[in-house]
Design a protein around this ligand. Structure first.
Ligand SMILES: [Ca+2]
Ligand SMILES: [Ca+2]
Length: 136
């Protein structure tokens, strides 16, 4: 009976840890300007992170190091080193938290190298263009 209780307790703890890891990931996704279609894979090496397996990719570490805040600084970085800034990959080049223009999905994953084509427009130019249309 003690053994069943112990196994049950361990299972309950694992479920709680898994749920808390998923909840944290979902809450942090809401901080990003867009998180579709990559969702958890924006920051994690697995699409289904758990407390036992929530390893971060390069963008996930940069996001964490930035206090889990999305801003102009984080947008200007190229965390995965593929030639596209995090902002370009996440659809918010100037990092003001608003998706650019009519963008509704990420163009590529900020934590996976080799999945983008480098933009020729820089963040400040895009920010000026965006301000013309949004007044921000
Ligand atoms: Ca990149
Ligand atoms: Ca990328």
């Amino acid at each position: 009976m003690d053994r069943r209780l112990t196994i049950g307790s361990i299972a309950a703890v694992l479920v709680i840890l898994c749920v808390s890891a998923a909840s944290a990931t979902e809450a942090l996704q809401a901080v990003l300007p867009l998180s579709v279609p990559f969702a958890c894979l924006n920051c994690h090496l697995t699409g289904t992170p758990t407390a036992a397996n929530a390893s971060l990719n390069d963008f996930g570490r940069a996001f964490l190091d930035n206090g889990s805040v999305w801003n102009r600084y984080l947008a200007s970085l190229d965390s995965d080193g593929d030639g596209c800034t995090n902002g370009a990959e996440l659809g918010d080049v100037d990092g003001n938290g608003q998706p650019d223009g009519s963008v509704t999905q990420e163009s590529s994953n900020p934590g996976a190298a080799g999945d983008c084509s480098a933009s020729t427009i820089d963040a400040s130019t895009w920010g000026e263009l965006k301000a013309m249309f949004t007044g921000r």
